[in-house]
Design a protein around this ligand. Structure first.
Ligand code: FEO
Length: 403
């Protein structure tokens, strides 16, 4: 077996044995400009336990890290908190190498893992409130259905007060600084927000219910150890508070203007719509899809109150980059947005109608029918664009004032 960097001790009895993926740039459509980590944790209890594994290509790295602490054959228990392949892709082979006494997952986890892999071992299902003894330590399980898969669950290690939270409270950030407080706060905030906006946004009601139920579980939490990115230890409840806030999708004065352009007419319209938003006292953020990606747009949308979209008409359709970003944003099921559409055209001019349909499907309240401009905007057209931005901004400020 090739040797990689060693495990990192995070408490007296717990080691990080995961892998850092410095080069991944696209995680099933989510742009991971800063790479990611696949975290796995080794608990040195009487019954030695591995919590989660890693994506298949990183298995050797995981095993090498485990080996830097103990003989992997001494692992008694493996817990799979989440069946998605970035955490379970190496499970089958790890089990074959380690030969643990038991493997645990949620009931949905058992089904999902069996559906993905040709497993030749039994997995024991557990549910919320179930606990297992590791001899001198104890694990408790909490199912977190749809956060973000039906199988997802947390595992709590009572003696070390660590909540192993799989994807929840994580972020895509490749770093060897294993704790959140060792990293730049602005990067931590942005990447945690980006993760929430791109992965968890459709499940805000479930998040709210989970966070509200946490006190009933009486978990004394010293650290939250997710499956991606750094571990929260300075104030471990910070991500819980952030999730509580973000799940409300409370609009603020921010209006995002997402557009693409062929010959700069729609670009000029976008800038003018932004001028109108500024006049209203709201805050415009212009996002050009020729230079930004869909994950950035989703992150910017999280705390926005306004969404205005613009596209030229190309072959009787909206521009492909706009179809991409709107399909993605629609799937995230955002709430509490008002907005409108604009676009230039040569002869057909279907884009604005199609943009409006996307917005309606996203339950965005439209302030007008939108602005359509033939070929190149003149002064009157630009005035309409300014009014569109101003109307969205003014209505947003009025709505925020009423809340
Ligand atoms: Fe990190 Fe849902 O997998």
């Amino acid at each position: 077996m090739r040797e990689f960097a060693k495990a990192v001790k995070i408490t007296d009895k717990v080691y990080w044995v995961g892998a850092i993926d410095w080069s991944i740039k696209d995680f099933h459509g989510y742009s991971t400009d800063r790479g990611t980590t696949y975290n796995a944790y080794l608990v040195l209890a009487d019954k030695i336990t591995l919590i989660d594994t890693v994506k298949a290509p990183f298995r050797e790295e995981l095993m090498s890290r485990i080996k830097s602490v103990i003989d992997p054959g001494k692992i008694d228990i493996i817990v799979s908190n989440h069946a998605e392949m970035d955490h379970s892709g190496s499970l089958r082979q790890v089990v074959a190498e380690v030969k643990p006494e038991k493997v645990f997952a949620s009931a949905m986890g058992v089904k999902t893992l069996n559906a993905h892999f040709d497993l030749d071992f039994e997995i024991t299902p557990v549910k919320t409130g179930d606990g297992i003894s590791l001899g001198n330590m104890e694990l408790t399980f909490v199912e977190t259905k749809m956060l973000h898969w039906p199988d997802s669950m947390f595992t709590y290690l009572k003696e070390e007060k660590i909540l192993f939270s799989q994807d929840a409270f994580g972020m895509h950030l490749a770093t060897d600084r294993l704790f959140e407080d060792e990293n730049e706060p602005d990067i931590i905030h942005w990447e945690a927000l980006k993760y929430f906006a791109n992965i968890l946004l459709p499940y805000c009601p479930q998040i709210t219910r989970l966070v509200e139920s946490l006190p009933d579980l009486n978990l004394d939490i010293r650290m939250i150890a997710p499956d991606h990115g750094p571990i929260w230890r300075k104030d471990p409840m910070v991500p819980v508070k952030k999730y509580t806030e973000w799940a409300k999708q409370k609009p603020n004065k921010k209006v995002i203007i997402i557009y693409d352009t062929m010959w700069q007419s729609t670009a000029l319209m976008a800038r003018t719509v932004a001028d109108g938003v500024m006049e209203s006292g709201a805050e415009p953020h212009v996002i050009h899809m020729g230079s930004k990606d869909r994950s950035f747009a989703a992150t910017m949308m999280l705390d926005a109150g306004g969404l205005i979209v613009g596209s030229p008409t190309l072959n009787n359709n909206i521009f492909p980059t706009m179809a991409d970003v709107l399909t993605y944003l629609k799937g995230l099921r955002p709430k509490n947005l008002i907005g409108g559409a604009f676009g230039s055209y040569g002869w057909g001019g279907e884009a604005v109608r199609q943009l409006n349909e996307y917005l309606e499907d996203m339950s965005v309240e439209l302030v007008s029918e939108g602005v359509k401009v033939k070929y190149v905007p003149g002064n009157e057209d630009l005035q309409q664009c300014r009014e569109l931005g101003k109307n969205v901004g003014e209505k947003l400020i009025e709505l925020i004032g009423k809340k």
